[in-house]
Design a protein around this ligand. Sequence first.
Ligand code: F6R
Length: 575
Amino acid sequence: MCGIIGYVGAKSANDILIAGLERLEYRGYDSAGIAVTHDNLISINKSEGRVHNLKTKKLDGTRGIGHTRWATHGSPSDRNAHPFTCNENKFVVVHNGIIENYLELRSGLIHAGISCTSDTDSEVIVHLISQAYNGNLKDAVCKVIKHLQGSYALCVMHKDTHELIGARNGSPLLIGLGNEENFLASDASAIIDHTKDVIYMNDFQVAEISKDYVKVFDFDGIEQQHEIKKIDWNLEQAQKGGYTHFMLKEIFEQPAVAQESLNVNFILAKDFSRIIIVACGTASYAGLVGKYVLEKVAKIPVVNEIASEFRYKECLISERDLVIAISQSGETADTLAAVRLAHQKGARTLGLINVVDSTIAREVDSVVYTRAGPEIGVASTKAFISQLITLYKLAFHFTDNEMNHSIVDKIAETLQLSDSIRKLAEQYYECQNFLYIGRNLSFPLALEGALKLKEISYIHAEAYPAGELKHGPIALVCTEMPTIAICPQDTVYEKTYSNIEEVKARKGRVITIATEGDERIKNVSNNVIYVPKVNNILYPFVIAVVLQLFAYHVADLRDCDVDKPRNLAKSVTVE
Ligand code: F6R
C-alpha cells in the first residue's frame, strides 16, 4: 500500500509527480505529498486527502519525490503525510511499507536529541539518513537500511545533490528510463506516459538515478547488473475511456479480457498429489471456483487457503504438493509470504498473476499471466474473470477436452443487462443489509457478489451456501433484508429452489439470478435477472457480471466513490 514516485530530469517535477501520484492513488488515498528541490532548497506540499489537493500550489524544480498514503501507523492527517524531512530540511524521504522496529529506532533518535513530528513509522528513516550522511547519499541509505526491520520501498533526496536514491525490501519499486530523465515508482502506471523502459528492482537493492545515469547496487553498495524490460501496455489502457468509472470500464472490458485469457497455456505435468490454492479476497473466491472445476473436470483434489491464515497455521504441505498463488497485483504481502512458506516446505509453486514481473510472479517456480491488462478500479472485476478463465484452462489442460470459447459472447450478452440491473438497483439501493446465497459453483459467486457490494457501497452483505441458511442465518430473513439468490439451471437447481422457497416463506424479498426461460423461478422471486443459458460449469462467468453490475449501480446510486472506496487500497503490500 502507499504509492511512491521520484523524478529527476529537465521538466517540471511538480507536474510529473502529481500526475504520477494520481495514477498511484489506487494504492492508497489517505494523504498525498510531494517534495521538490530548487536552488538548493527543498519545498514540500502535502496534505490529508486526495492527490488533487496538491494542485493548488506549484513547486519549482526538476527533481523531486512524491507519495500517496494508505495509513498504517498514525491517522490520515497533514502531520502524518509524506514526504518527511529531517530537522535541517536537507534530506527528504517517502516510504511504502512498514518499519517494524520504528519505536526502538525512534527512542534512539530521542536519546540523540532528535524528535519526530509525526506518528508514523516512516519518519525515523529520514533522521537516520541525516545522522548517517557523510557526503554520499547512497552510502548513507545503505548504512541506514541495515537497521530497518520490516518492508520498504524508499525514495530519498538531498537538497544539494543531483541524484535520487531508491531502496527496496519487500515493497515494489521500479526505475523508469527516459531521455535525459529518469524515474522511480511503485509501479509502471505512474510513469507510462514518459517511458516504457523499466528496471524492476529486486529486494535488497538500492538504486541511484540522476538525469543522465541509472545505477543499481546491493545493500553493501556493490554495483549490480540490471535488465531493462519493456512495458507491454499503454496509457490508454490506464484511462477511463469515456466511462464514468474505471470499475464500469473494466466490467465492460470483460469479453475482450476473456478472449485474451483464453490464450493462456500450461506446460505442467500431473505429477503432484494435490493442489493448494493460496490467495486473498476476490482472488481467493476465484480460487474457490477453481477448486470445484479442478475437482470436477480434472479430478485433482484441491485445498483452498486464505493466504493470511495459511502463513500462521501448521503448514502440512510437502514436495508432492503444487501450491498455486492467485493474485492480480502480484504484490499482496500475505500471498507472497504463503509462496515463500511453500518453498521452505519444498512444495512447487505456480503463480496465476496479472501484473507482469511483479514480486510474486518473479518468486514462484513458474508463472502464467492471466492477461486482464491494467486494473485500476480498487474493486477487482476483470481480473476475477481472467483468473476464472485461467483456472478453467488449467483444469482442461489435464483432460483431453478444450474449454468452450463461446463464453466470450455470453459475457458480452450479459453486459447488455446493465440498464435493467440499474433499474433494479434503484429499487434496492437504500437497503442496509443483503444476504447472498448459492450452492456448489454459485457459492463462491455469492461470496464475491457480497464482497463487491460491501466494499464499494458500504452496505452490509453476507454470503452463505444456500443449504446452510437453515443452520442459523435464516433468522436474519425479514422484509428489510433482501436476498440475492443465485439459482441457474445447473445440477443443484432444485436444491437451491427449495432454499429460496424457505426465504419466501419467511417474507424475505428475493432477487434471483436465473437462467433465461426459467418461468417457474418467478413463483419464489420478487425480481429475476435472467442470464444466458450456458453449460453448467460456465455459469460463474455470466453470474459474476450480473453481481458486479448490481454492486456498481447500487454504489453509484448511493454516490459512493466507486473506484476508490474508503479505507481500501488496491495493492495490499502490508500484512
Ligand atoms: C476485492 C479486491 C481484493 C483483492 C485482494 C487480493 O475487489 O480487489 O479483495 O482481490 O486484495 O489482491 P491481489 O489479487 O492483488 O492479490
